[in-house]
Design a protein around this ligand. Structure first.
Ligand code: SAH
Length: 227
């Protein structure tokens, strides 16, 4: 890619961050977050989203709307990625689980802040392509596996944070179990025809959790695994 083109992408990325700022301000009363945290803002300004989306969509990579990624899947708008990351309240050093690797963009944003990110994708071709691109981009702290995110990744847990980027009819129990006490999970909950709510869960010391509905959202459904 030429110098001029990568400068153009950098300018588009700065524009995307400015739009995300505006959306934070608009949704402040619902989300309780007045502004993007400095860590999330830095990650959003750095990750080269155009290198994670399919070639044909590079020109649209920084627009604030969902994008198709193949396999009938779409990836969330950047604002939702920023918001989900902020809701985890990461300070650095955490171990995070990302369910629904897709393009790998959410995993990359998390990996800019957390120390390790484990990401699960159920569609073989998508997971493999994302793992390859993330490796090319130098994300040695992200591990991708092909599998069913409903089950989480117990061998790598418990986790400080979990982000689920496909909607589940209910909060998967295995994921709650793999959260540390005090750990946070952001997950869209609702059936595919229903209104889904992005929820924030905070695990209690007694093993239960407190939850808060953040925003109505629309995500692709979390596909139930075969086994
Ligand atoms: N976080 C992604 C976008 C995710 S789109 C990104 O930043 O690009 C939702 C993804 O979840 C799709 O790739 C879909 O294949 C995957 N998915 C659906 N059901 C799943 C399941 N049970 N386990 C793991 N991944 C699943």
């Amino acid at each position: 890619m030429g110098e001029a083109q990568s400068q153009d992408f950098a300018a588009q990325r700065a524009g995307m961050v400015a739009e995300d700022d505006a959306m934070y301000a608009e949704t402040k009363s619902e989300t309780g977050l007045a502004a993007m945290s400095p860590a999330v803002r830095a990650a959003m300004g750095k990750v080269e989203r155009h290198r994670l989306v399919a070639d044909g969509h590079r020109g649209a990579a920084y627009r604030n709307h969902p994008l198709p990624i193949g396999g009938g899947q779409t990836i969330s708008q950047p604002y939702i990625v920023a918001l989900s990351t902020d809701l985890l309240n990461l300070k650095g050093g955490e171990i995070v689980l990302d369910v629904g690797t897709g393009s790998g963009y959410q995993a990359a944003i998390l990996a800019e802040i957390a120390s390790r990110v484990f990401s699960i994708e159920i569609i073989d071709s998508l997971g493999k392509a994302a793992a390859k691109r993330l490796q090319e981009l130098g994300y040695g702290n992200i591990e991708v596996k092909i599998g069913d995110g409903y089950k989480g990744w117990p061998e790598k847990g418990p986790f400080d944070g979990i982000v689920v980027t496909a909607a589940a009819p209910q909060v998967p129990r295995a994921l709650v179990e793999q959260l540390k006490p005090g750990g946070r999970m952001v997950i869209p909950v609702g059936g595919s025809g229903d209104i889904q709510y992005l929820k924030l869960l905070v695990k209690r010391a007694d093993g239960g959790y407190d939850e808060k509905g953040i925003l109505p959202v629309r995500f692709v459904p979390l596909v139930p695994g075969k086994s």
